[in-house]
Design a protein around this ligand. Structure first.
Ligand SMILES: Cc1cc2nc3c(=O)[nH]c(=O)nc-3n(C[C@H](O)[C@H](O)[C@H](O)COP(=O)(O)OP(=O)(O)OC[C@H]3O[C@@H](n4cnc5c(N)ncnc54)[C@H](O)[C@@H]3O)c2cc1C
Ligand SMILES: NC(=O)C1=CN([C@@H]2O[C@H](COP(=O)(O)OP(=O)(O)OC[C@H]3O[C@@H](n4cnc5c(N)ncnc54)[C@H](O)[C@@H]3O)[C@@H](O)[C@H]2O)C=CC1
Length: 498
């Protein structure tokens, strides 16, 4: 083993948004010190065109870049391209796959998360996380006539809308689509677009830039071991043609309130002599027996069996903590993430964590919750670096303002979607009121009220209400006297509260 580097550098693990933002912020705070970014992926994620849309809402593009671009931008950042295989927290050092040891004075773990697949090790069950897995999915899709999507969160929503030329059976546990983002009302608004043919017009991308060109060149020269790359994000499918073998644009059947009971390979299925269902033509449940043979069969808990070419398990993520646990007594959250306090500190001295790997365990603002999202990875990475700096300099630091209000802007089914605060009345019990305004095919607005105060909102479409509602949630003004006028389309609400 080679000699250890000089003691006492800041070390960040992970080249995703959290890790890169953390390293950048440390480089700004400590221009005279070396910052080490140790990452298993051959490319890093860079935030570009950052735009603060309002007090809390932010938008940005994301580019995959060779690590040299980060080093050029910040000469005091040194990127080490190797996976961390062990952490010795008592000795303040990490060991990488290439046999090196690095000693840290403060360490920030930003190793992201992995897809939580319904069935590990089955070649017919794909997960989507990084560029490689997205490309593998695309490759399999070009040969597919029918796939099954399992799960009801962000990835499933995107795939259900984007996949063309292939029959899609979408199996969800819930009554309505998109349970991590929407209630049944919003889901119905979106479903009507999903079940109608997509417009022929070229769909606008979720974000304008998502570059994988450089990444492709780099990836091919590196061995990948078992590590996942950084998570995809806004517009990950923008550069990929998600098309199966058929000529139709969109053909989807949704099976609600069910889970996957069993997956059979073709040979197993033949022996069992069970019947599978044909793809329903009219969005209703199929009763016709399928005469075709498929590589894999999926039995659902509602009794239906469908054959398909493969399944996509879009069933959430598990924090990527495994490489760091051996011999280190970290406190873990219920979701398996590294618990962090309001200073982004884990339970072990001088070790911080940010992004998908961590579980926020500070008492949250009443209108904020953690979700494993791009924006939160950036905010946490930046704030963790500031906390590391504050602890080094001995200055206290206040909680970053971005954790005051949950705010997420994205695109689903080609609609702009803004989610604010307790947008699904999370944790409010029955003691809340909903106000709705909906124009089919155009906009869906839902406001969550509690004791006359606005606690959250879902804005689908070009509503232009995000800034006003953000303010109303932040200032917790008593809105009881305004009643339904809050959503009255004839009243200019922005002027009203100016
Ligand atoms: C398909 C898809 C679409 C998404 N779309 C959106 C969206 O539209 N909006 C949104 O807000 N969020 C979206 N997300 C979520 C978002 O991408 C993640 O929340 C965010 O990227 C997490 O960033 P991170 O830096 O914490 O982790 P990651 O991006 O996963 O980065 C982790 C890094 O750590 C490295 N690493 C892992 N293990 C080790 C190790 N042992 N040693 C060294 N390095 C290691 C990895 O190689 C990687 O570089 C999407 C996610 C997916 C999968
Ligand atoms: N536009 C956006 O904001 C997007 C965000 N993302 C993020 O990327 C990450 C990964 O996305 P997803 O995998 O979609 O995770 P997710 O957490 O958004 O959704 C997981 C879904 O799987 C369901 N599920 C869990 N276990 C299941 C099981 N055994 N059987 C059936 N269903 C099961 C859950 O009910 C939930 O609907 C998430 O953090 C998500 O927030 C992903 C895509 C788009």
């Amino acid at each position: 083993m080679e000699a250890a580097r000089p003691a006492g550098t800041f070390v960040v693990v992970g080249g995703g948004i959290a890790g890169v933002t953390c390293a950048e912020q440390l480089a700004i705070n400590f221009p005279a010190e070396d910052i080490l970014l140790v990452t298993a992926s051959p490319v890093i994620k860079a935030v570009t065109n950052f735009k603060q849309v309002s007090k809390v809402l932010e938008e940005f593009d994301v580019e995959e870049q060779p690590s040299t671009m980060l080093e050029n931008r910040f000469p005091n950042i040194k990127v080490i391209e190797s996976g961390v295989k062990q952490l010795k927290s008592d000795k303040h050092c990490i060991f990488t796959e290439d046999g090196r040891e690095y000693v840290y004075k403060k360490l920030c773990l930003c190793a992201g998360a992995k897809p939580k697949l319904i069935c590990e090790g089955n070649p017919y069950v794909l997960g989507i996380r990084d560029t490689d897995s997205a490309q593998e999915f695309q490759k399999q899709l070009t040969k597919a006539r029918r796939i099954m999507i399992v799960g009801n969160g962000g990835i499933a929503l995107e795939l259900a809308y984007e996949v063309e030329g292939c029959e899609v059976i979408w199996a969800i546990k819930d009554k309505a689509i998109g349970n991590t983002f929407f209630d049944a009302g919003a889901a119905e608004f979106l479903t009507s677009r999903l079940l109608s043919e997509k417009s022929e017009a070229k769909l606008a991308h979720k974000r304008t830039i998502y570059t994988v060109e450089e990444a492709k060149k780099e990836t091919s020269t590196k061995s990948k071991a078992d590590y996942v790359g950084s998570a995809l994000g806004p517009d990950w499918h923008g550069g990929l043609a998600l098309k199966g073998t058929e000529e139709f644009s969109h053909s989807i059947h949704i099976e609600t309130k069910c889970e996957v009971k069993k997956i059979y390979l073709q040979e197993e299925f033949k022996i069992m002599k069970k019947k599978s269902l044909a793809f329903p033509k009219d969005h209703h449940k199929s009763v016709t027996v399928d005469k075709e043979m498929w590589p894999v069969y999926v039995e659902l808990t509602n009794g239906s069996i469908y054959g398909c070419d493969f399944l996509v398990s879009a069933t959430g993520v598990t924090p990527n903590v495994q490489p760091f646990l051996h011999g280190n007594d970290f406190d873990l959250g219920e979701d398996g993430g590294l618990r962090v306090d309001e200073q982004m500190r884990t339970s072990l001295p001088d070790i911080y964590a940010a992004g998908d790997i961590c579980t926020a365990c500070w008492p949250p603002s009443p209108v904020w919750q953690q979700m494993r999202l791009w924006t939160q990875a950036r905010q946490m990475g930046c704030y963790a670096a500031k906390c590391m700096a504050a602890a080094t300099m001995g200055h206290p630091i206040d909680m970053d303002f971005s954790f005051e209000l949950f705010a997420h802007v994205t695109k689903f089914f080609n609609y702009k979607v803004v989610l604010l605060g307790k947008y699904n009345a999370q944790g409010l019990g029955v003691d809340h009121e909903l106000m709705l305004r909906c124009t089919r095919g155009q906009e869906y607005i839902k406001v969550v009220m509690h004791n006359g105060r606005m606690m959250g909102a879902v804005l689908i479409g070009e509503t232009d209400l995000e800034e006003t509602f953000e303010n109303l949630i932040l200032n917790q003004m008593d809105l009881s006297s305004y009643g339904e006028d809050l959503l009255n389309p004839d009243i200019d609400i922005e002027d009203y509260f100016d």
